[in-house]
Write a protein that binds this ligand. Structure first.
Ligand code: SF4
Length: 336
């Protein structure tokens, strides 16, 4: 009951009934914070396919059960399970800071947007931090940009992406773990439905922006079946995606705390195997990874898909007025 066990005295009729009503469901309350930032571009480790990453938000409302970025909330002494999904931090001053940092790092840099949290999560509808960064990129040239998302909200920015693409290389990586809507709802409770993501792929491809689909992370015995991956690749190709890739699930300790109870509830028959494989290590080793690599490569061959977006050589300059470009072999994308 809303007001405790017994309704307040003196209530009659509908007021009394209301006071006696049981709580059916309590809605989540998501709180948004403005986080002061000193820098927005992060240097990546050597060996990554891009030099810099940019994540306009900390925390992510989509709440994927396997999310590895939960550890970023641990740094803030917040709970990686609930707080990561309910306390969302939007970085402040992205435009001016990014302009300053781009001047410092010079032309020709490769920047991946959305390596940790989704740049088109619901907060973006209201706070436009990703858009603010794109507006800066639209005035630059010679950059190689990629955006990774699970959201069809990215289509809002298609005109801006086209503007960016005039003088830079830009591509969109759409993450779709499965075409099965019910399974997606379990795995990624608040992310847009797979069908909406495919529609976004079609819109982006239709606008001439290179787009690929990644079934990341591939979860053993949950999303890794050849026929599931095959159907997904075909749907991606049919909607205009030109590349397709996939990496096997890895589970940091913070992700295990959420993922193991999830497996216990929805796939109890798999729990022991997941515990054996992931309890002591974040990454699976051995022949399974190789098998998935070969499976993905065979699927790519079947549908004429590449491993990554086309590589575009662009002359860089401080402003976006003079650039020449050419297209060559695709480059790999290794993250989700
Ligand atoms: S969309 Fe990405 S960042 Fe957001 S919860 Fe899912 S895996 Fe984590």
């Amino acid at each position: 009951m809303l007001f405790g066990d017994s309704p307040p005295p003196g209530l009659v009729g509908i007021a009394k009934l209301a006071a006696r009503s049981e709580v059916l469901e309590a809605k989540r309350v998501v709180r948004y914070f403005e986080m002061e930032s000193r820098s927005v571009l992060n240097r990546t480790r050597p060996g990554m396919p891009f030099e810099w990453s940019l994540n306009p938000y900390r925390g992510c409302e989509f709440g994927c059960r396997y999310c590895y970025a939960r550890y970023t909330h641990e740094f803030m002494e917040l709970r990686e399970s609930v707080d990561f999904e309910d306390k969302i931090y939007a970085k402040s001053g992205i435009g001016p800071i990014l302009r300053r940092e781009l001047k410092r790092i010079g032309g020709g840099a490769s920047i991946a947007i959305g390596t940790a949290t989704d740049p088109y999560q619901p907060a973006e509808r209201r706070f436009h931090r990703t858009r603010e960064a794109l507006e800066v990129f639209a005035r630059r040239s010679g950059l190689t940009l990629s955006i990774t998302t699970k959201s069809d909200l990215v289509t809002r920015d298609i005109p801006l992406l086209r503007e960016i693409a005039k003088h830079n290389s830009v591509s969109v990586n759409m993450t779709i773990t499965t075409l099965d809507t019910s399974l997606a709802r379990l795995l990624e409770p608040r992310a847009p439905r797979p069908e909406l993501r495919l529609k976004a792929v079609q819109a982006i491809a239709g606008a001439g922006i290179p787009v690929g689909v990644f079934p990341n992370p591939i979860m053993p015995l949950i999303t890794d079946q050849p026929e599931r991956l095959d159907r997904l690749a075909k749907a991606a190709r049919d909607r205009g995606a030109t590349y397709f890739g996939g990496g096997v699930l890895f589970l940091m300790p913070c992700s295990r705390k959420v993922f193991f109870p999830f497996v216990e509830k929805h796939f109890p028959h798999l729990l022991r195997r997941y515990q054996e494989k992931y309890e002591r290590q974040a990454y699976l080793k051995g022949p399974y990874r190789e098998m998935i690599r070969e499976r993905i490569a065979a699927i790519r061959d079947r549908y004429g898909l590449n491993a990554g977006p086309p590589h575009r050589e662009i002359a860089s300059s401080a402003d976006a007025s003079s650039s020449a470009d050419s297209w060559s072999e695709p480059q790999g994308v290794l993250f989700y």
